[in-house]
Ligand binder design. Structure first.
Ligand code: ADP
Length: 375
C-alpha cells in the first residue's frame, strides 16, 4: 500500500503553515479533505460546508481557462504554483488571495494530495488596481492634450485639401457645360480629386487610430515607418505653418517591424514632436529631424531638433511625472514620463541623449527576431 504523506507526516511544517496562513488540503482528484479555521473565516464557509467539496466552489469566474491550465500543468509536473487568484466568498463578494498550491507525493512520485496556502491581499490588490487605473487615465489625458495641441493644424490639414477638391469639382462642372470638353484636363482634375481625398482619409485614419485607447492591445508587428508617417500626418501642417522644417531620414527602404502597440508608439512620437515644436518655435534656425536605423537587435528612432540641448538641472528632472518648464495650461509634465513607461512596456529604451550637440531623444525598440534572421 502507498504510504500517504499526510499532515501528520509533515506535522512540523503543517503546524507552521497552519498557524500562519489559510490552509486547505485536497485529495489527488481535488476533493477537500482538510481546511483550517483561518481558511473558513476568510471565505465565510464552515468546515462542514467545505469538506467533501471541490475548491471550484470558490471560483470567481474572472480568470481565463489559460490561467487554470497553467495552474494544473505546474502542480501536476510536481512544482509549486504561486500567483494571485481571485475567489468568491460565501456572501458573493470577491477576495484576492496570494496563493501557493503544491503537490504531495508518495514514494513512487505519485501525487496523493494537494496543499493550498493563501493570504488575503485584497487591499494591496485594490491599491495596485487604483494606481494602474490612475496611470491609464493620466496617459489618456496626456495623449488628448498632445492631440489638442495639434488641433488647429489638423483642421487646416483637412481644410486645405477640401478647398482643392471644391476648386477642381467647380472646374469639372464648368467644363461639362462648355461645348468642347478637354478630356486630358478633365482626367487630371479627377485624379487630383482622388489623391486629395486619399490625403484627407489618411489624416482621419491617423486621428481615429490615435484617439482610440489601444492600451490593452497586445504587442503586434507594426511598421516603424508607418508609425512615423501617422504621427507626421497629424502635425506636419502645424510645423509648416510655423516654418519649421520637419525632415525624415531613413537609413534604407525602412520596412522593418517591431512588436508594438501602434497607438502608444504614435503617442510617444507625437509627444516628442510637440516638445520639439515648443522648444524651437522662437529660434532663428528651426528644424526637426526623425531618423531611423537598425542597430544590432534594435530599431533606433532619434528625434533631434535645432535646439542646443537641455540644461543639466532640467535634464535631471525630465522624466519625472508633472515636471514641466512650460507655462500653466501649455504643459502637463506627463509626456516624457508616460513615454518612458510605454517604451519600457515594449521592452525598449527611451532616453535623452546628452552627448548630442542638438537636442535629441532616442527610442530603441527590439526588432522582430525573424527579420534579423532574414537580413
Ligand atoms: P510637458 O511637455 O507637458 O512639459 P514633458 O514630460 O513632455 O511634459 O516634458 C517635460 C519637460 O522637458 C518640458 O517642460 C521641457 O522643459 C523639457 N523638454 C522636453 N523636450 C524638450 C526639447 N525637445 N527641448 C527642450 N526641452 C525639452
Amino acid at each position: 500500500m502507498n504510504k500517504v504523506l499526510n499532515k501528520d507526516d509533515l506535522s512540523g511544517l503543517f503546524e507552521l503553515v497552519d498557524s500562519s496562513g489559510a490552509l486547505l488540503e485536497t485529495s489527488a482528484n481535488g476533493t477537500i479533505l482538510y481546511v483550517n479555521e483561518k481558511f473558513c473565516k476568510m471565505m465565510g464557509y464552515s468546515e462542514n460546508e467545505f469538506l467533501g467539496k471541490n475548491p471550484r466552489m470558490m471560483k470567481s469566474g474572472i480568470h481565463s481557462e489559460e490561467f487554470f491550465k497553467n495552474l494544473w500543468e505546474t502542480i501536476l509536473s510536481g512544482q509549486v504554483w504561486h500567483d494571485e487568484i481571485c475567489n468568491k466568498k460565501k456572501d458573493g463578494s470577491l477576495i484576492w488571495l496570494d496563493t501557493y498550491i503544491g503537490p504531495i507525493f508518495d514514494e513512487n512520485r505519485k501525487v496523493i494530495r494537494f496543499v493550498l496556502v493563501r493570504f488575503d491581499v485584497t487591499h494591496q490588490h485594490e491599491i495596485k488596481q487604483l494606481k494602474s487605473d490612475q496611470e491609464a487615465q493620466l496617459a489618456s489625458s496626456s495623449k488628448m492634450a498632445a492631440l489638442g495641441e495639434m488641433a488647429a493644424g489638423i483642421a487646416h490639414e483637412i481644410n486645405s485639401p477640401l478647398s482643392v477638391i471644391l476648386g477642381k469639382a467647380t472646374n469639372l462642372l464648368k467644363q461639362l457645360k462648355s461645348p468642347t470638353i478637354d478630356f486630358e484636363k478633365f482626367n487630371i482634375d479627377l485624379e487630383k480629386i482622388q489623391t486629395t481625398t486619399l490625403r484627407i482619409a489618411r489624416v482621419i485614419e491617423g486621428l481615429r487610430r490615435f484617439s482610440r485607447s489601444g492600451d490593452n492591445d497586445s504587442l503586434l508587428p507594426v511598421s516603424v515607418s508607418g508609425i512615423i508617417e501617422d504621427a507626421m500626418a497629424l502635425c506636419s501642417e502645424k510645423f509648416r505653418n510655423h516654418s519649421i522644417d520637419l525632415k525624415i531620414n531613413l537609413s534604407k527602404d525602412f520596412s522593418v517591424q517591431v512588436n508594438g502597440r501602434f497607438t502608444q508608439l504614435a503617442q510617444v512620437l507625437l509627444n516628442l514632436l510637440n516638445n520639439a515644436y515648443d522648444a524651437i518655435e522662437t529660434l532663428p534656425e528651426k528644424w526637426v529631424e526623425i531618423s531611423v536605423n537598425c542597430e544590432g537587435d534594435f530599431a533606433v528612432i532619434r528625434v533631434t531638433d535645432s535646439g542646443y540641448g537641455i540644461p543639466p538641472e532640467v535634464e535631471k528632472k525630465l522624466m519625472q511625472s508633472f515636471f514641466t518648464t512650460k507655462i500653466a495650461g501649455k504643459g502637463t509634465g506627463l509626456g516624457l514620463s508616460i513615454s518612458k513607461g510605454i517604451i519600457a512596456n515594449h521592452h525598449g529604451k527611451f532616453y535623452y541623449n546628452n552627448q548630442s550637440k542638438r537636442t535629441q531623444f532616442v527610442i530603441e525598440l527590439p526588432l522582430i527576431k525573424d527579420q534579423l534572421a532574414k537580413e
